[in-house]
Design a protein around this ligand. Structure first.
Ligand SMILES: Cc1cc2nc3c(=O)[nH]c(=O)nc-3n(C[C@H](O)[C@H](O)[C@H](O)COP(=O)(O)O)c2cc1C
Length: 402
C-alpha cells in the first residue's frame, strides 16, 4: 500500500534530477571521495577536460521564432543499429560506482533504445551486458599479443557484440595537479581498513553494496584468460603498459579479423589520422580525446570535428565524444557534422545518483534538450541540421593534421 502523503518525509530528496549538473552534484555527495575522483578523472593541468565542455559554450544557435515545426524526429541509424536517439553509451571502466555497474547502464540504454559501449576494463562481463542490451559494442585497447586480442574479440562476438570499438588514444600520462584518487589493487581486509573511513561517510553507497552482499572487487572480467581468473584492474593495466604499441597495419589487421561488422576507431583528432583510419578499413571513427584523460593540451573534439567531418564524412560514420552534458550539445555536434555522439561522465553521474533510473534520467534530459533545440531551430528532424544552425565564433576550429 502506498504511504499517505502526510507520512512522507517532506525533506526527502526526489530521486529525479533535471540536469546532468545536478546528477554530478548528487554523485559527489553519494560516492566515496576516491570513487568520485576516479570519475572526474582528467590529466595533468586539466586543460583538455575543461576545454571539452567550455568549447560547447562558445557555440551559439541561430533560432527561428515562428513557423516552427511540431515534429522532433530523433531516431537514426548508428553503426548498423536503429536507435531512438543520436546518443550512445561510451565505454568506461565504471569500477565501484554501483553494484550493478555496466549491467544497469546497459538496461537503461535498452529501455531508451540506445546502443551500449562496454569497456574491456569494465566490471561486468560482455555476456551479462549483451544479454540485457542487444545493441552492445565491445571496446578494446591494444593489450596483449595478437592471439590474445583475437581470443577476446571472439569471446565478445560469441556473446553477441554487434561491433568493435578500438580505442587508441592513450599515452599513460599520469599525475594530476589536484591529486589522483587512491585506488586499491584489491578489496581485501587491508584495503577495507584503509578506505573504511571514506566509505563510512557515504552510508547510502555502502548500503547499496551491502545489499548485494559484496564490495567492489576491482577486477576486469573481460580480460580473463581462458580457464583463468579475471585480472585485477592494475594487473591488466600492467599488461597494457608492456604491450608493444600498434601500427596502422595492426589496426587494419584487427579490423580484418573482426570481419564486415561495424568497427570504430575511437580517439581520432586529426584529419591525416582520420584518412589513415579510412585506409585501414574502419567503418566509423569517434573524434575524441578520451574525455580529457589522456594527452593534456589536446583541444576539445568539437573544435576538431568540422575539418574531420568535411574530410572523411562521406567515407565513414563520424561520431564525437567529449563534453556532452545536454541535448543542445548533441545538436551542435550533429550540426557540425557528427552522425551521433557518445557520452561518458554524463551517464556515470546518473548511475551514481540513482542507478539504472539515473541513467534513464540522463538520456531523457538529453532527449528533451535535443527536442527543444530542434524546435527552436525550426527543424523537423536531427537529419535536417546543418552548420548554418550554429554560430561558430572566429578562431573556434582546430583543423589538425591538414
Ligand atoms: C572514468 C572514465 C573511464 C573511462 N574508461 C574508458 C575505457 O575504459 N575505454 C575507453 O575507450 N574510454 C574510456 N573513457 C573515455 C570515454 O569513453 C569517453 O571518451 C569520455 O568519457 C567522453 O567524455 P565525457 O566524459 O566528457 O562525455 C573513460 C572516461 C572516464 C571518465
Amino acid at each position: 500500500m502506498a504511504k499517505p502523503s502526510w507520512l512522507k518525509n517532506p525533506w526527502a530528496q526526489d530521486p529525479w534530477f533535471e540536469t546532468v549538473a545536478i546528477a554530478q552534484e548528487r554523485a559527489r555527495k553519494r560516492l566515496p571521495k576516491s570513487v568520485y575522483g576516479a570519475l572526474v578523472a582528467g590529466s595533468e593541468a586539466g586543460l583538455t577536460v575543461d576545454d571539452n565542455t567550455a568549447a560547447f559554450r562558445e557555440l551559439g544557435f541561430a533560432p527561428h521564432v515562428a513557423g516552427l515545426s511540431d515534429k522532433r524526429e530523433m531516431g537514426t541509424r548508428i553503426l548498423g543499429q536503429d536507435v531512438s536517439l543520436p546518443v550512445m553509451i561510451s565505454p568506461t571502466g565504471v569500477q565501484a560506482v554501483h553494484p550493478d555497474g555496466e549491467v544497469a547502464v546497459a538496461r537503461a540504454a535498452a529501455a531508451r533504445g540506445v546502443a551500449m559501449g562496454l569497456s574491456s576494463f569494465a566490471s561486468k562481463s560482455i555476456e551479462d551486458v549483451a544479454a540485457v542490451n542487444d545493441k552492445t559494442f565491445f571496446q578494446m585497447y591494444w593489450v596483449g599479443s595478437r592471439e590474445v586480442l583475437v581470443q577476446r574479440m571472439e569471446r565478445a562476438r560469441a556473446a553477441g557484440a554487434k561491433g568493435l570499438i578500438m580505442t587508441l588514444d592513450w599515452s599513460f600520462s599520469n599525475g594530476r595537479d589536484w591529486g589522483s584518487p587512491a585506488i586499491p589493487e584489491k578489496m581485501n581486509l587491508d584495503a577495507m581498513i584503509k578506505f573504511g573511513p571514506e566509505g563510512i561517510t557515504r552510508p547510502k553507497w555502502l548500503l547499496e553494496w551491502a545489499k548485494t552482499g559484496g564490495v567492489p572487487d576491482l577486477t576486469t572480467p573481460n580480460l580473463t584468460p581462458p580457464g583463468g581468473e579475471a585480472p585485477t584492474f592494475f594487473g591488466a593495466y600492467g599488461e597494457w603498459m608492456t604491450t608493444p604499441l600498434p601500427t596502422w597495419e595492426d589496426v587494419a589487421w584487427l579490423r580484418e579479423q573482426w570481419g564486415d561488422g561495424p568497427f570504430v576507431l575511437k580517439g581520432v583528432m586529426r584529419v591525416d589520422d582520420a584518412k589513415r583510419a579510412v585506409d585501414a578499413g574502419v567503418t566509423a571513427i569517434s573524434v575524441s580525446n578520451h574525455g580529457g584523460n589522456n594527452l593534456d593540451g589536446t583541444p576539445a573534439p568539437i573544435r576538431a570535428l568540422p575539418a574531420i567531418a568535411e574530410a572523411v564524412g562521406k567515407d565513414v560514420e563520424v561520431l564525437l565524444d567529449g563534453g556532452i552534458r545536454r541535448g543542445s550539445d548533441v545538436v551542435k555536434a550533429l550540426a557540425l557534422g557528427a552522425k551521433g555522439v557518445l557520452i561518458g561522465r554524463a551517464y556515470l553521474w546518473g548511475l551514481a545518483a540513482n542507478g539504472q533510473a539515473g541513467v534513464e534520467n540522463v538520456l531523457d534530459i538529453l532527449s528533451g534538450g535535443i527536442g527543444s533545440a530542434l524546435m527552436g531551430l525550426g527543424k523537423n528532424s536531427i537529419h535536417e541540421l546543418t552548420p548554418d544552425d550554429v554560430f561558430v565564433p572566429a578562431g573556434f576550429r582546430r583543423d589538425l593534421g591538414i
